[in-house]
Write a protein that binds this ligand. Structure first.
Ligand code: IPM
Ligand code: MG
Length: 370
């Protein structure tokens, strides 16, 4: 018997624990019906860890994260912890995980499922069938660049500063992830930066261009300034297949792209590290929606993004395409039946709660698995 797959679950704050509880039911279903069992451990992160242990993530949790096969992350943060010092924010938990596990490629899909085409604020004909993937660099750029800080100038006023910087290898490795993904999809990559105003942006463009010529000439590459990309995403999002961009631009553009689909409550993400000599790679999976403190504890959150993050985990960490598809098919089927949580509800429709959505998903899993 091969060793069980190790899974570290970090529900975090806000709606994280609620949507994770429903996802646990999917994991149990997988064990029961598909004979895939996981060695599961669960731990505190973010505000929950600050309250219990005085730090957003302990060294022990970091070690467990390094030792596991895959991390299923909920979300962190909330008003309760907003006044803490810069290094004590709940967000430090996710930033530290990304940095110390070298999770450099953040994959953020934006897909419009047919039953939800009317949930978008854009016209159905603009978003129908949308399927784009943002590959956001996630361990470099202005998020981590030095020098950074606040200094006092000779004239007595203060100056706050951060540094955007990218090395050749940092750009190449994330661009490779984008090119490889594009090969399995629409074979088109748009590399996004501000080469017109930033040195690091021009360098990004040149580096991606050289890599493309060297190794990925079969993929169609185009370049776009980040501001234009924001505009194009709203004007005609279906022109894109894979977008590869820096940490900060990816942060902005992925929020924008997620709203093209009408619901943040639907979108999963994966953050991957490099494949190591033993064939394994660190990987973390989380919904895009964040901790949503305004609806936390009310039982109304949409658990689908967390469940779809688990589907991505099956696909990318364990190569379990068929099982991943089961969850995705069940999610689409539930929506096709008209079930909606509040984030998706159309005027007049009665939204279902978190647990009811979990019930429906499980029933649909039973059905699609036959
Ligand atoms: C995200 C979030 C994080 C980020 C925060 C919570 C640090 O906005 O994952 O997009 O800025 O990367
Ligand atoms: Mg963000």
């Amino acid at each position: 018997m091969p060793a069980n797959k190790k899974l570290l679950i970090l529900p975090g704050d806000g709606i994280g624990p609620e949507v994770m509880a429903q996802t646990r039911r999917v994991i149990e279903w997988m064990a029961r019906r598909r004979m895939v069992s996981f060695d599961i451990s669960e731990d505190l992160v973010g505000g929950a860890a600050i309250d219990a242990r005085g730090t957003p993530i302990t060294d022990e949790t970091m070690q467990a994260a390094k030792d596991t096969d895959a991390i299923l992350f909920g979300s962190v943060g909330g008003p309760k912890w907003d006044k803490l010092g810069f290094d004590m924010r709940p967000e430090i938990a996710i930033l530290r995980l990304r940095k110390e596990l070298d999770l450099f490629a953040n994959l953020r899909p934006a897909t419009v499922l047919d039953p939800l085409v009317d949930a978008s604020t854009l016209k159905p004909e603009v978003v129908r069938g949308l399927d784009l993937m943002i590959v956001r660099e996630s361990t470099g750029g202005v998020y981590f660049g030095t020098p950074r800080g606040v200094e006092t100038l000779p004239d007595g006023q203060q100056r706050g500063f951060d540094t955007e910087s990218y090395t050749t290898s940092e750009i190449e490795r994330v661009a490779r992830v984008g090119f490889e993904l594009a090969r399995k999809r629409g074979k088109r990559v748009t590399s996004v930066e501000k080469a017109n105003v930033m040195q690091s942006g021009l360098f990004w463009r040149q580096t991606v261009t050289a890599l493309h010529a060297r190794d990925y000439a079969d993929v169609q590459l185009s370049h776009m300034y980040a501001d234009n990309c924001a505009m194009q995403l709203v004007r005609n999002p279906r022109q894109f297949d894979v977008i590869v961009t820096s940490n900060i631009f990816g942060d902005l553009l992925s929020d924008l792209a997620s709203m093209l689909t009408g619901s943040l409550g639907m979108l999963p993400s994966a953050t991957l590290g490099a494949v190591q000599p033993n064939g394994k790679r660190h990987a973390l999976y989380e919904p895009i929606h964040g901790s949503a403190p305004d609806i936390a504890g009310k039982g109304v959150a949409n658990p689908l993004a967390q469940m779809l993050s688990f589907a991505m985990l099956l696909r990318y960490s364990f190569d379990m395409e068929e099982d991943a598809r089961l969850i995705e098919t069940a999610a689409t089927a539930v929506l096709a039946k008209g079930l909606r949580t509040a984030d998706l509800a159309s005027p007049g429709a009665t939204p279902v709660g978190t647990v009811a959505m979990g019930d429906a998903l499980l029933a649909e899993l039973d059905r699609v698995a036959g």
